[in-house]
Design a protein around this ligand. Structure first.
Ligand SMILES: *Cc1c(COP(=O)(O)O)cnc(C)c1O
Length: 307
């Protein structure tokens, strides 16, 4: 039995009306730790457990860390997560509630990650947040479920951080024989590392992350995501933080699900009926989720952000 659950796939009247086209939702927000990450992380953790790993080590204060904590709990393997001082109290609380040992270290992820790496012993497994073929293989299972349900979308809308989700979804599309189904790859303006790589024609790092959508905050996408953007129809789309937050709040009213702005970015493409959708009649949105935002935080962002 995999550690993730099979998620609902449903047609959204509210989003279909907003977009003026048929919109289907894959509700990854319902995975127990709150995001799609459990699919890939769960598969990776099971793999390492079977090979004798005695501890899982992560350096993500976000949804990847939460997925590792959940997997460790399910497999009775201890988990340690090293997070930077910038990590929210909420995220640390969620990690501790899931029985992870949390070590707060360094002013940014780079320092936290360096300490985490230095702690990895021979009997440990380090679980990367987005750059690992096992993760992509696990994430691909969400498209297997869509295909098994008999739904063939003519476009898939998803958010991109480090590109693990996109790599997994494209793996799933290819497995289903849907090589020509385009992916609308959505980033916020201050975290557009995929679009930077596609513009440069090679994986490049952007200078800084300035978006509140911290789960999209990878300065450089993994090589696999860039390589797939050259082999599969991938259309990069950018939205503002304000649009992402607005989409989260509308989605909370429409579907009673609270998601992070990282997920709101993909929803914003639909709610704002962006031109990127114009060619499509049946759109699948990956509702990737995210557990680290609260309704109160969303309200604060929307008061603070311009537009
Ligand atoms: C991790 C994450 C993303 C981005 O996924 P990548 O694999 O890093 O591209 C998007 N949304 C949420 C909620 C996430 O947790």
């Amino acid at each position: 039995m995999p550690l993730h659950i099979q998620t609902p796939l449903l047609e959204s009247l509210a989003l279909s009306r907003a977009a003026g086209t048929q919109v289907w939702l894959k509700l990854e927000a319902l995975q127990p730790p709150g995001s799609f990450k459990l699919r890939g992380v769960g598969l990776a953790c099971e793999h390492h457990r079977q090979r004798g790993a005695m501890r899982f080590v992560s350096s993500s204060g976000g949804n990847a860390g939460l997925a590792v904590a959940h997997a460790g709990r399910s497999l009775s393997v201890p988990v340690v997560v090293v997070v930077p001082q910038t990590t929210s109290a909420r995220a640390i609380e969620l990690l501790r509630e899931a029985d992870a040992e949390v070590i707060v270290h360094g002013s940014s992820w780079v320092e936290a990650n360096a300490l985490a790496q230095s702690m990895v012993e021979a009997s440990d497994a380090f679980i990367h947040p987005f750059d690992d073929p096992l993760l992509w293989q696990g994430h691909a299972s969400m498209i297997d479920e869509v295909a098994a349900a008999g739904l063939r979308p003519d476009a898939v809308v998803l958010s991109v951080g480090g590109g693990g989700l996109m790599s997994g979804v494209i793996e799933g599309l290819q497995r289903a024989g849907w090589d020509e189904v385009p992916v609308l790859a959505v980033e916020t303006h201050g975290a557009a590392s995929l679009q930077a790589a596609m513009a440069a024609g090679k994986p490049v790092a952007i200078e800084a992350i300035t978006s509140i959508a911290t789960s999209l905050g990878a300065k450089q996408v993994c090589d696999q995501a860039f390589a797939l953007s050259q082999r599969h129809p991938v259309r990069p789309v950018q939205v503002s933080d304000a649009a992402a937050v607005r989409a989260c709040r509308r989605f909370l009213d429409d579907h009673r699900l609270l998601v992070e702005p990282a997920c709101g970015a993909a929803l914003a493409v639909v709610y704002d009926a962006l031109p990127a959708l114009a060619d499509f009649k049946r759109v699948l949105v990956i509702v990737c989720g995210g557990a680290t935002a609260t309704a109160e935080q969303l309200a604060r962002w929307s008061a603070e952000l311009p537009g």
